[in-house]
Structures are given as structure tokens and as C-alpha cells.
Design a protein around this ligand. Structure first.
Ligand SMILES: [Mn+2]
Length: 354
């Protein structure tokens, strides 16, 4: 922990109820919605739900996504206004009237500067106008003045469901307009591994049932988002599996992807989602790690663990490398090339699984 500085130390915790978030959004005329880089189903679903609800109330809203970008969720984004950031100071997004004139910024599914790299300067200048909705255990409170953080929510989209049906003054989630219901369902389904993670409770299924009553075709959504990858997906999966090494008596699995793997297969980073989960199919495997070298001296690592008797906390593991996330899903960035990072991860897994 860092030493307390002269500024008042804020805690990573809610300082606003859902009702207070709703009130604040009602008073907005135009909003920019931000989420974490490499947006997943929950990031996209939560962003789209909030933006669509504001638009349904006659307000302006635009979502800014941090790359790498994928068209995987296009069916849910539909007509939602959005831009993909280029990660540059002179990004054309910053001179877009819808962005520069917005009176409110909404941050969803993250609260960490490290995950908001492309929009950090924009957001730092507007943190006083920012509202945050998140379910992560860690974050930087100064990202947004008004924060609703529920670490028990299996997805940020579940909080977005609460916010949107209240914002629209509806009697229940089952009355949500279909584009919002579909976005919320995507976020909840993808962050829970399609309703199988331990974070799922009876309330999760009740909300999912309401969303199906609102018209969501869950089977079609699965087909469109989980079974529509290009062939390069299988090629990069093949590389990941071929690189796999078992450590700590086959309790740990480590996979590595090098820049050459991407070059030779034609795959990009957006096609690596979920690969880290594959080794968990094996009984002995407690922790799985996927290392991806993204720059000559920068390797990203994703961790997954099982809700087993050992119940390894990979959030703790990721924190050793300056990262974080959830108990069973976390990530970090290591300033090293693939082999340097791998050495550190092997050691950390051997230690955690001793
Ligand atoms: Mn999430």
C-alpha cells in the first residue's frame, strides 16, 4: 500500500446508490460512455444498455471503445452511436462534438486507469462529471466523482439493468426495450461463462428470465457471439495449445503466444478471448495462464482458476504483477518479453500451488 498523501485518500467503494446514479443521469443531456480496453461482452453490453437508455429518454449518448476491437458484438451494438479510439492524443474522437460537448461521462465495467489508457487524459479532465458503474474488487476512485460499485454483481450489466429500468421508469426489467435487454443479457451471460461461474446466484437467473420475457433470443445470441469466429480463431487456438506446459504437478497450465504466432496465423488479439479457459477442462488443472507478448518488452497475462476445493485466488496472483481482477479471473502486464515473463509466471504458479 502506498503512504497516505496530503490529498484525502478515497476508498474504492460506492459513494452513490443506484437511485442517485439514476438521478444524476436524468439531469444529463449528453453523455460519453467509456469502458475498459479490449472490450468484452460485459463492457459492450453495459455500455450499450446505458447509452440506449439515455437515447430512449431523448438524450444524446455515444460510446467510446478502446481497441483491440472486434465485430463479435455488432448484433448487440446495432444502431448505438460509437467510436473506436486510436489511442493517440490527437485522436479524431476528441474533436467529435458529441464527445467534447458532453456534460456527463459514464464509466462502466472498470475503474482502473490501467484499463482506460486511451481515454485517460479525456477522463482525468472530466472526473468531476463522471459516473461509474462497476463490479470489480479494485479500482481507482478518482476515476469518477459518483461511483456505484457492487462486487457481488456477477456482471456490470446486472447493475446496468437496475440503472436502466429505473431510469426509464419501468415497473420491471422484463419491460426493458429489446435492444437494452439484449445488451444486458450479453453482459451477464459472458461474464458468468453463460451462467456457470460461482458468481451466479438465484437473482442472476431471475434477471435473466426477465430479460428473456423482454424478448431476448438467448440461443441466437449465443450463436451470433460465441459461434461466429473466423477460421483464424482455430489457428491461434492451435498455437496456444501447442505452447502449453503443465507445471506444479499438472495443477498449473501455461500457454504463450508470440508476435510470430499472430503474424503467421493472421489472427489478432481479439481472437484470443476464452483461450485461457481451455486447460480448466482437465481435472488436475487449478490455474491457467495465457501469456501474450504485445510489445518487445511487454507481455500481457490472463489468469483463470477454478471454484474447486483449492479455490486459488488469481486476483491476488495478478496483484503480485501490478494487475488485478476477480478471484477466478484476473490479468496483469509484465515488462518483459515472453520468455522473461514466462519464467516469472512459472515461479508464481509453483509458489501458489505448492
Ligand atoms: Mn464485467
Amino acid at each position: 500500500m502506498s503512504q497516505t498523501t496530503d490529498r484525502t485518500e478515497q476508498a474504492w467503494a460506492s459513494n452513490a446508490t443506484v437511485d442517485q446514479i439514476v438521478d444524476r443521469l436524468r439531469r444529463s443531456d449528453s453523455a460519453v460512455v467509456l469502458t475498459h480496453g479490449k472490450p468484452d461482452g460485459d463492457a459492450v453490453g453495459s455500455s450499450v444498455a446505458i447509452a440506449q437508455a439515455l437515447i430512449a429518454l431523448g438524450k444524446k449518448a455515444i460510446v467510446l471503445f478502446d481497441p483491440p476491437w472486434t465485430d463479435r458484438f455488432d448484433c448487440v451494438i446495432a444502431d448505438t452511436p460509437y467510436r473506436v479510439l486510436e489511442g493517440k492524443a490527437d485522436d479524431p474522437a476528441w474533436s467529435d462534438d458529441r464527445v467534447k460537448n458532453a456534460d456527463t461521462v459514464v464509466v462502466v465495467d472498470t475503474g482502473s486507469w490501467s484499463q482506460l489508457a486511451a481515454s485517460e487524459a479525456f477522463l482525468r479532465a472530466r472526473a468531476d462529471k463522471a459516473v461509474l458503474i462497476d463490479h470489480h474488487a479494485h479500482g481507482d476512485p478518482e476515476v469518477a466523482a459518483l461511483r456505484h460499485i457492487d462486487t457481488n454483481a456477477p456482471a456490470a450489466a446486472q447493475i446496468a439493468a437496475d440503472v436502466t429500468f429505473n431510469l426509464l421508469g419501468l415497473p420491471s426489467i422484463a419491460q426493458l426495450p429489446l435492444p437494452i435487454a439484449r445488451a444486458v443479457y450479453l453482459g451477464m451471460a459472458t461474464d458468468t461463462g453463460w451462467f456457470k461461474h460461482p458468481s451466479v446466484r438465484s437473482s442472476t437467473f431471475r434477471i435473466a428470465a426477465d430479460l428473456i420475457d423482454a424478448g431476448v433470443d438467448h440461443s441466437r445470441l449465443f450463436l451470433q457471439t460465441e459461434q461466429s469466429d473466423p477460421p483464424e480463431r482455430l489457428l491461434i487456438m492451435q498455437r496456444a495449445m501447442k505452447s502449453m506446459e503443465l507445471v506444479a504437478g499438472a495443477q498449473g497450465a501455461i500457454m504463450c503466444l508470440s508476435p510470430a504466432d499472430f503474424e503467421e496465423t493472421g489472427a489478432d488479439l481479439s481472437l484470443t478471448g476464452g483461450l485461457v479457459d481451455l486447460p480448466k477442462a482437465v481435472r488436475t488443472v487449478e490455474v491457467s495462464a495465457l501469456l501474450t507478448q504485445v510489445e518487445p518488452n511487454l507481455t500481457k497475462v490472463s489468469f483463470r482458476s477454478k471454484a474447486s476445493a483449492k479455490d486459488i485466488d488469481v486476483n491476488e496472483l495478478a496483484q503480485r504483477f501490478g494487475g488485478g481482477g476477480h478471484k477466478h479471473a484476473a490479468g496483469a502486464r509484465i515488462e518483459a518479453d515472453l520468455s522473461g515473463a514466462k519464467k516469472q509466471i512459472v515461479e508464481a504458479l509453483e509458489d501458489a500451488l505448492r
